[in-house]
Design a protein around this ligand. Sequence first.
Ligand code: HTL
Ligand code: MG
Length: 618
Amino acid sequence: MLDGIEGPQDLKRLSERELGELVEELRSEIIRVTAQTGGHLASSLGAVELIVALHRVFDSPRDKILFDVGHQAYAHKLLTGRRDRFHTLRQEGGISGFTKVSESPHDAITVGHASTSLANALGMALARDVKGEDYKIVAVIGDGALTGGMALAALNKIGELGKDILIILNDNEMSISPNVGALNRYFRSLQVQRWVQGAEATGKKVLERISPKLYGLADRAKEAAKLLVHQENPFYAWRLRYVGPVDGHDLRGLIYLLEHLKALEGPTILHIVTKKGYGYKVAEEDPVKWHGVGPFDPKAPQGSKKKGYSWSLAFGDALVELAQTDERIYAITPAMREGSGLTEFAERFPERYVDVGIAEDVAVTTGAGLALSGMRPVVAIYSTFLQRAVDQVIHDVAIENLNVIFAIDRAGLVGADGPTHHGVFDISILRAIPNLKILAPKDAAELRAMLKAAFEVGGPVAIRYPRGQTDPVQPGLWPEIEWGRWEIVKEGDEVAILAFGKTLGYALEAAGDDPRVAVVNARFIKPLDEAMLRALVARGMRILTVEDHQLCGGFGSAVLEALEAMGRSVPVRRLGLPDRFTGQGKIERLHQKAGIDAAGIRRALAEMGVKPVLAFGE
Ligand code: HTL
Ligand code: MG
């Protein structure tokens, strides 16, 4: 069936039975490819019927279908001319794991971060209406993504303006972990699951009770009464028509209902209930584990094996230990409990842990509120998602120099998730903020030292560490760190490589035992260790900076600024990411391409006059 589908138009001629087969084929293909590439399996499996129904009923790309986050859209990719390339999912040069405008005319928005679909839909509706055009706009948003302030604020405006947008709330009760928030609680209290019925039956009721005419009536009370398919419309205050909840795996019913909703105008929410991981037993049973997976064996699906000890766990373990003796410590996550290594903390200290939902802005400012009330909050946040909360860091935390620690995970290139998820802007952004200190540990032991020191020093402190593994540390071991001081890891007398975090390892590898090359662990990014920088320059050393971060405004820029302020002009070379977006791919390969790995550093050293010393026979 799938072989015959070149585009969504091919769905229109399939029989009901054939559509059912197509759904099965899509599921198998998604499982088969994700087993090789890794990816957002459970979310994509849960949305297959919905996506088939949408492409059957609507006319993409004329009608716009927007997928929030875009991680659930694998079936959409397979149905919109990307079947041939689907095996390249998330690989270097391959197709994106999210929807991407430059990849296909059927991808209405470029995404990866949550909660943007409704504002995008609003913008498209404004454009459509001012241009007098006529097409449908459908936004698919998960219950998790609907916890984000952006989504709720856009909803507010959509309702006010009465724009013709169909919003499909794909409610599976899950964000990555179980979803949070009052709205989510409310759905549960409505016993949404119990009420779910065949979409067709609901459709009939909808048609009985809703007509465009009735919707336009001024008498709100009457309108409300007419609009309610069930006793309550959770979106009444937003002035949205509410339909549901209906079974999101009932293909036939979904098609029936969408056909009719397509004919209605005005803002409508269709609430569908789905099961994350639907159709794949292991994923249904453990949707948290199967939300985002690495490659796995589809015959013996264990999920991807967690190898070694992650930076995230190193952080989480350290925080658990500190929280045992300091009752002021409070952990905040914007919907990333597992990813941030906070699972144990949440279990051990539930009264000092909060998941605010996919709302990074709220996470940071909640941290401010806790700090103003004498607590010692730690906001655990991925570098890429902290981008959502820059003003909160400046306005709510930094101005009053509040005691908020930012544990910035996934700093640097992150690999297969690609440009939406790379954590390569945090230094440039945070460096401009007064009062904020920025640190980057070289290993788990140093992370522990920094975390402990951050609590002692006070004020806002950001500690950034990469995705991936580090070496486990013995619990109870708390190494000391001299605040503000870099560390000479290897002596040398011509060029000093200033590196931190992941690139420190590359620098050491590049330097080998060359007596001309010094390697410095530049672990304090702000403020820099100016005393050491001055001393290095005074010795006549040239400087080579290396960072897993954009060059624009990054660590190397900070070094140049410091040298300028010292009035020193010395040869400086900076290695880092160029002024363009880095694609997806294996992290090591991306580092290699950017020239920040050991080979790239060796090349830069050679260009600085430190030519490799040829070994005998070379
Ligand atoms: N914060 C922001 C702003 N964007 C993203 N994408 C995340 C965090 C991380 N994240 C995802 S997918 C996801 C989160 C929190 C859960 C989304 O839940 P939803 O969808 O209910 O909307 P579901 O998976 O189908 O249940 C990714 O980074 C991919
Ligand atoms: Mg969900």
